[in-house]
Design a protein around this ligand. Structure first.
Ligand code: FE2
Ligand code: FE2
Length: 493
């Protein structure tokens, strides 16, 4: 059942700043796509909460101006959410910022020679948006609070809007094959055998809330890095689309970072209250109903390494082509000071000093043509960004007086894609034999007993103002609401 009537003026339902009212072809295309989207949302969106009233943020303009904020907050049933099409304002006289066309006027139509490449970039980005909604669809049922449930649903509806954003570009600029791609985006399913999502990490499960927070911390941050690179694009509609998506994306990473911080805080508080000095006394800590720090480290090793694979192979001619063509730049290209062509430049990638497993000759930096190493560079920028958050988690630990540090594993650890794929590296970056690696796997990555323990904690806490045993109450709440605010008004079952 759709709750939106497609005979109603679509412009009233879909906030947009792209003059949909006067663009009959695109409006009709979106109108035809819309029922399938709602079907997908009812089918694959948050399970069991579609008729609940959720206190959600909706984007209503692309910039805050004085008292007029870019988003409004109100109770909404998720299927009635106003998924809008919003592009950041067009910058006057914008120039292509990099590649072989650097300095030429930005494109407002798709350059014919780059059509296929551009479509592929948009489809890959678009595919990740619904995938994460699918991965997270059962989490509402085990939410540790209504506050966290609301944040989950906020992330979900915004990923839905990001799908709309990409579908708009496909329908507006790519004609019939754009419409076919838009239909395919609704057909693929995370984890499906016959029609999986395009990228590996988007076919993994998000079975528990620690996974969710780590997913939003790491995997949404990959999204941020990709959007930052696409926001540099010489194809101006893509740039403007991604710039506005980044406004929303910041909240997703806030959810992840603050979620993990609150888990770490709660664990440390509980250890202190119980007089446990050693955070590695796993059974004693777990008996307190909190998640021990070594298990958080293992879960982090998993999510970080899965996310690194999303950057693609460290050495890639595709990414060189995207850059040369002016379609996908570097992270914050506009702040970098060089010729933005990179024809003579190199970029260093750590490689094992003498290659073979068991050699342990350490790592040395091998220089490669910078154009071929753009994925490695973006991945390094990602790691730098991650470390800021990890530092804040560690501060939460040290402030409570415990001697334990969470650390990102070595870039070669547990990789399935790229130059490290065939190596067996420990989190510390030591290369070991496959047998030795497998024998120690359970020290580094969650095993069945870790998963079972975390699952045992995933009991719903739906009373306003209450939080599950394993997570601290947030210090800052959305839109300054009081502690007992009813973030989600649950529908009667
Ligand atoms: Fe997104
Ligand atoms: Fe996101």
């Amino acid at each position: 059942m759709t709750t939106l009537d497609s005979t109603v003026d679509y412009d009233v339902l879909i906030p947009n700043n792209v003059a949909l009212a006067s663009d009959a072809r695109v409006r009709r295309g979106l109108e035809r796509w819309h029922p399938g989207y709602i079907d997908w949302w009812m089918d694959m969106g948050p399970d069991g909460f579609q008729t609940s009233d959720v206190y959600l943020r909706t984007a209503v303009r692309v910039e805050s101006k004085g008292a007029d904020k870019w988003a409004v907050f109100d109770y909404v049933k998720m299927p009635d959410y106003r998924w809008g099409i919003l592009l950041a304002p067009q910058a006057e006289d914008r120039k292509i910022p990099f590649g072989r066309h650097v300095g030429e006027p930005a494109w407002h139509e798709v350059p014919g020679e780059y059509r296929a490449m551009l479509r592929r970039l948009i489809v890959i980005q678009g595919d990740t948006e619904p995938a994460s909604v699918e991965q997270q669809r059962f989490l509402g049922k085990t939410a540790p609070s209504l506050y966290d449930m609301r944040n989950l649903f906020q992330v979900n509806v915004e990923e839905g809007r990001h799908l709309w954003a990409m579908v708009y570009l496909l329908q507006k600029y790519f004609g019939r094959d754009g419409r076919e791609e838009a239909a395919e985006l609704l057909r693929r399913r995370s984890g499906s055998d016959d029609a999986p999502r395009m990228l590996g990490a988007f076919n993994e499960e998000t079975p528990d809330w620690l996974s969710f927070f780590l997913f939003t911390f790491f995997t949404d941050r990959d999204g941020k890095m990709q959007l930052e690179s696409l926001a540099q694009s010489g194809f101006d509609p893509l740039s403007r689309t991604c710039r506005f998506m980044l406004t929303e994306e910041a909240f997703h990473m806030f959810v992840g970072e603050s979620g993990v911080t609150r888990i770490v805080q709660r664990t440390c508080e509980a250890m202190r209250e119980a007089g446990i000095d050693d955070p590695t006394e796993i059974e004693a800590v777990r008996a307190l109903g909190v998640i021990d720090l070594p298990t958080i480290q293992k879960k982090m090793n998993l999510h970080y390494s899965l996310t690194l694979d999303l950057f693609g192979s460290e050495l890639s001619t595709n990414s060189a082509n995207f850059f040369n063509a002016g379609l996908k730049g570097r992270f914050r290209e506009h702040r970098l000071e060089d010729d933005h062509r990179l024809l003579e430049d190199t970029y260093g990638i750590p490689e094992p000093a003498n290659g073979a497993a068991g050699s342990n000759g350490g790592w040395h930096i091998v220089q490669h043509p910078a154009l071929n190493a753009l994925n490695a560079r973006l991945r390094d920028d990602f790691t730098t960004d991650c470390n800021l958050g990890v530092g804040r988690w560690n501060k939460a630990i040290s402030q409570t007086g415990f001697d334990f540090a969470i650390t990102l594993p070595h870039v070669a650890f547990h990789r399935q894609i790229g130059v490290y794929r065939d190596l067996h590296a420990t989190p510390a970056g030591e290369i070991v034999s496959e047998d030795a690696w497998n024998a120690r796997r359970g020290e580094w990555l969650p095993d069945d007993s870790d998963r079972a323990f975390i699952e045992s904690l995933m009991e719903p806490e739906f009373r306003p103002g209450h939080y599950a045993s394993w997570i601290a109450e947030p210090r800052i709440r959305i839109n300054h609401k009081p502690g007992d605010f009813e973030w989600v008004k649950l529908a009667e079952a």
